[in-house]
Design a protein around this ligand. Structure first.
Ligand code: SF4
Length: 469
């Protein structure tokens, strides 16, 4: 849906790491491609060679724009970490593209991060008052300064654990030194991080879809509140917090992750299909065809179709060769991007009562546009079914879900939204159905309920003032 058409809903980033893999740069390149949907603003890789020398290439743009067969040769070594980025909390610009690389007399280290710290402002002020000077405006650098502030020697797991305990929010961090990689996940389990095995080596990724392309086999997830250390001796687990939950971000299942990824044991396509089935049970429609907004709503549309017996049809076609709209900054450019990206197939929808399945509504502008597109193509009726609840609250954990004022469900009831988007009927999935589709009892659903699993510090006040994060 709005990854095709901008709805102001963007993932912050994806992280990838490799340990013990010959010429890690080659598989890093393909692995970052597999994570490209998590961020298109910039990409980077740092490698470590046998002498402990770290080399970095990073730049603005897509993975294919940042790297080429020539510059990749520079990245020597069997260990690497990499990143794809879409910025939310920090300004854009090359200084905020990761990995961050830190030079220190006790040993260089590199760091990548997915997520968002809710106490970033507080920690930054604290560290600056203690003498830290930041290279960037990104939250991610805070961990590096915390680690070095508390422990003056080479990086060790206990120093990392102490630093992680001071952070609040959502994160998956990879920290690479000359001989090991530390894989860290927040104690609430908000952001995913999985480990795959490839020969004697390891691949660490935000999403398991990167394992397929690199040939790795899923090994295990990094648990909430855990630091996994990977070195030549193997893999070691440390727990840095007694307080641990599995509040995985529901939007990973609903929208962000690739359908071929498994998140904490649940396949994303299977989740979406089940959410479509439950959506039919909760909000049946009398119609001739079911259509999904490509790409992320197709699985839910198939589920709705199977449960209802109403045939699924390709009534909307996406032009895959147009750049993603959400990297274009102005509303005018975004709307032009939408027009180029989607077409309604008149011969399929003409005279038909259509059920349109979409995964979420953020601002409502895209839904209104698609309903109009279907009507102009001749649809007799358009019944909109949304495979998630009404999004009423912003995210503070690394997903750019707009400010309170921009969220149409904060301002309007479902019936008012139906009228605004011009649909014949409109229904949203219940929060209960999300747990059932994921077959789990814990999830973060804060953007649908306003009940955040962490403290929010000054981030909530800023959002209420209307400041975009
Ligand atoms: S608030 Fe919403 S988008 Fe943010 S982590 Fe929770 S479920 Fe995901």
């Amino acid at each position: 849906m709005e990854q095709v058409l901008d709805r102001g809903l963007h993932e912050e980033c994806g992280v990838l790491g490799m340990f013990g893999i010959e010429n890690a740069r080659d598989l890093m390149y393909y692995g970052l491609h597999a994570l490209q949907h998590r961020g298109q603003e910039g990409a980077g890789i740092v490698t470590v060679d046998a002498d402990g020398i770290m080399r970095r290439i990073k730049g603005m743009g897509l993975v294919s724009e940042v790297f080429n067969s020539e510059n990749l040769k520079y990245l020597e070594g069997n260990m690497a970490i990499g990143h794809v980025r879409y910025s939310t909390s920090a300004r854009g610009g090359i200084e905020n593209i990761q990995p961050f690389l830190f030079h220190h007399h006790t040993g260089d280290f590199a760091l990548v991060h997915n997520g968002n710290l809710v106490n970033a402002n507080e920690m930054r002020i604290y560290l600056e008052e203690c003498g830290s000077i930041f290279q960037s405006t990104s939250d991610s650098e805070i961990l590096a300064h915390l680690i070095k502030k508390e422990h003056s020697g080479p990086i060790q797991v206990h120093g990392i654990m102490e630093a992680l305990n001071k952070l609040e929010g959502a994160f998956a961090f990879l920290i690479m030194t000359k001989d090991r990689i530390y894989c860290c996940r927040d104690r609430y389990g908000l952001r995913p991080l999985s480990i795959g095995k490839l020969g004697d080596g390891y691949v660490i990724s935000s999403e398991t879809c990167a394992f397929e392309v690199t040939g790795a086999k899923f090994y295990r997830d990094v648990e909430p509140g855990e630091v996994l250390v990977i070195d030549s001796g193997g893999i070691y687990s440390y727990s840095y917090s007694a307080h641990r939950n599995h509040y995985m971000c529901a939007m990973e299942y609903i929208y962000f992750a690739r359908p071929d990824s498994d998140i904490e044991g649940c396949n994303v396509h299977a989740f979406r299909k089940e959410s479509g089935r439950l959506l039919y049970k909760e909000a049946p429609a009398d119609a001739d065809i079911v259509i999904g907004v490509p790409d992320s709503s197709i699985s839910a549309a198939i589920g709705y179709s199977e449960a209802s017996g109403i045939p699924y049809e390709m009534g909307l076609i996406k032009n895959k060769y147009v750049g993603r709209t959400f990297i274009q900054p102005s509303q005018e450019l975004r709307e032009k991007g939408v027009r180029m990206k989607l077409s309604a197939v008149s011969t399929i929808v003409k005279g038909k009562r259509v059920v349109l399945i979409d995964d979420s509504i953020v601002r409502g502008t895209t839904s209104r546009y698609i309903v109009r597109l279907l009507r102009e193509a001749g649809a007799a009726e358009v019944h909109v079914r949304i495979a998630s609840p009404q999004m009423t609250d912003p995210c503070f954990y690394g997903v750019d879900t707009s400010s309170y004022e921009e969220l149409i469900s904060k301002q309007h009831s479902a019936e008012e939204i139906r009228e605004i988007i011009g649909a014949d009927s409109l229904h949203f999935l219940s929060t209960d159905a999300l747990y059932r589709a994921a077959r789990r009892s814990e999830l973060c659903i804060a953007c649908f309920t306003g009940k955040y699993p962490t403290k929010l510090y000054s981030a909530l006040e800023a959002a209420k003032r209307g400041a975009r994060r």
